[in-house]
Design a protein around this ligand. Structure first.
Ligand SMILES: *Cc1c(COP(=O)(O)O)cnc(C)c1O
Length: 454
């Protein structure tokens, strides 16, 4: 890996209580003008961010283990991205690709064709957000198959627009009070190894068996002939960083192929080097028909994409897909620079090193503390599932306590999971080993302290 140059000191530094006076003043202003429905994890306001740190308006320097929800994998002010963006902005900020096209959009599509799984002929269409990419993947699948039904999974998260709320599993906070939801969405069981039941002979349900359970449900309750698409996160994000059992995804892909069903991998959170491979699908060697991409794609600039089989995407009539800002030239420039940085800095390799460090330390702690039910994930998409001692009952309270304790010590930690009992670690892939070690020490102390208070 070539050396990463940091602009800000890579250190944890606390100079005020949280929130400091400037952040507190901003919180007061915010209350009067910003909608209460938008919540923030941190009580502090950001002044600067670089590498593995976020510096707040009072001068506190926090270690970032969230990367803005798996977005700033190359850092929040990566010099190559900053320079590409500045250069593009100085020339043109927008023309609308549907009005006056430009090279950046085409070049991003070329990179996506090259990087995404499979060596078949591919096409891409660019959008602004993950939810928009998912909506458009469903539009494409329905158009190409002439079928209506979309199959999704327990614990799934696909976004906050009307269709993607329907596709998402969890009611609070994503769906509650926002219905009615889009029709023709069917939910089937996921493979969740930690919470999976047993066969009658006491053996663990395998990935193939879990897939067969879902397939039977689709065949009986929806009908293969009515199914346009199976939509799945190859590693679930908001639902709890659930890695399905080996064999689950390939079995679903094979069934989809046999039945003319479009297999859509939602790689919005897991994609772009995050899991130690370019895409989470790569770990099981599956080749999705369509992939949806966003978050880590463009170093923090809003960009999203649907990439997939040429014959599916080209089935849509000209003018049927698009949007005013989709594939904005500044966001495309940022994506090209980010992808170059991922290659030059070998961020896939870096994600695998992060996995070794974090999983090693957390597994050691799990041997000591029975509040840690499961340590899982791939690359730098890692999770700790917290339970009541002696069983598997989810413990959301201890999870909140640990996250709060970390924050008080200057480490930004996100939580997730259907039961709110999962700590998820999504550091920027450019975080230094020293900073990561310091953050993990804080996390270990927080887990120990919370476990003693139980
Ligand atoms: C975040 C996320 C989305 C939605 O992306 P937005 O950019 O917030 O619309 C969709 N799918 C997955 C798997 C996600 O993690």
């Amino acid at each position: 890996m070539s050396a990463i140059e940091y602009r800000l000191p890579q250190e944890r530094r606390i100079v005020t209580e949280f929130p400091g006076p400037r952040s507190a003043a901003l919180a007061e202003r915010r209350k009067k003008v910003v909608g209460a429905g938008v919540a923030s994890t941190l009580p502090v306001y950001v002044a600067d961010a670089d590498g593995g740190v976020i510096v707040d308006v009072d001068g506190n320097s926090l270690i970032d283990l969230g990367a803005g929800i798996a977005v700033t994998s190359v850092g929040a002010s990566n010099p190559a991205v900053v320079s590409a963006v500045q250069d593009q902005v100085a020339h043109f900020t927008h023309t609308c690709f549907m009005v006056a096209p430009y090279e950046g959009y085409v070049e991003v599509a070329e990179r996506l064709a090259e990087l995404t799984p499979g060596d078949h002929e591919k096409r891409s269409v660019l959008f602004n957000s993950g939810a928009e990419a998912v909506e458009n993947a469903v539009k494409i699948a329905r158009h190409a198959t002439g079928r209506d039904a979309v199959v999704v999974f327990d614990h799934a998260y696909h976004g906050r627009t009307n269709l993607t709320m329907a596709l998402t599993s969890k009611s609070m906070p994503y769906k509650s009070g926002f219905g009615p939801f889009a029709p023709e969405v069917y939910r089937v069981p996921m493979s969740y190894p930690y919470r999976e039941g047993l066969n009658v002979d006491g053996s663990k349900i395998t990935g193939e068996q879990a897939a067969q359970r879902a397939i039977t449900m689709i065949e009986k309750q929806v009908g293969a002939a009515n199914t346009a698409a199976i939509l799945i996160e190859p590693i679930q994000g908001e639902g709890g960083f659930i890695v399905p059992a080996e064999g689950f995804l390939p079995t679903l892909v094979a069934w989809a192929k046999e039945n003319g069903v479009v297999f859509i991998a939602d790689e919005v959170q897991a994609g772009f080097a995050r899991t130690g491979a370019w895409f989470a699908s790569d770990h099981e060697g599956i080749v999705p028909d369509l992939v949806t991409l966003a978050k880590g794609i463009a170093g923090g600039m809003p960009l999203a994409a649907v990439t997939g089989r040429a014959e599916l995407i080209d089935a849509v009539h000209p003018g049927g897909l698009g949007g005013t800002y989709g594939g904005n030239p500044v966001a495309c420039a940022a994506a090209l620079a980010s992808i170059d940085q991922m290659r030059e800095l070998d961020l896939c390799g870096r994600a695998r090193t992060i996995e070794t460090t974090v999983v090693g330390r957390m597994n050691a702690l799990a041997k000591e503390l029975d509040v840690i039910g499961d340590v899982r994930g791939r690359g730098a998409m890692l999770a700790i599932e917290l339970v009541k001692p002696g069983g598997q009952e989810p413990d959301a309270d201890i999870t909140k306590k640990i996250a709060a304790e970390c924050l008080a010590a200057g480490v930004v930690i996100l939580t997730c999971g259907t039961y709110g009992n999962v700590i998820r670690l999504l550091p920027p892939l450019v975080i230094s080993e020293e900073l990561l070690d310091d953050a993990l020490t804080v996390l270990e102390t927080a887990i120990r302290t919370a476990a003693q208070g139980n």
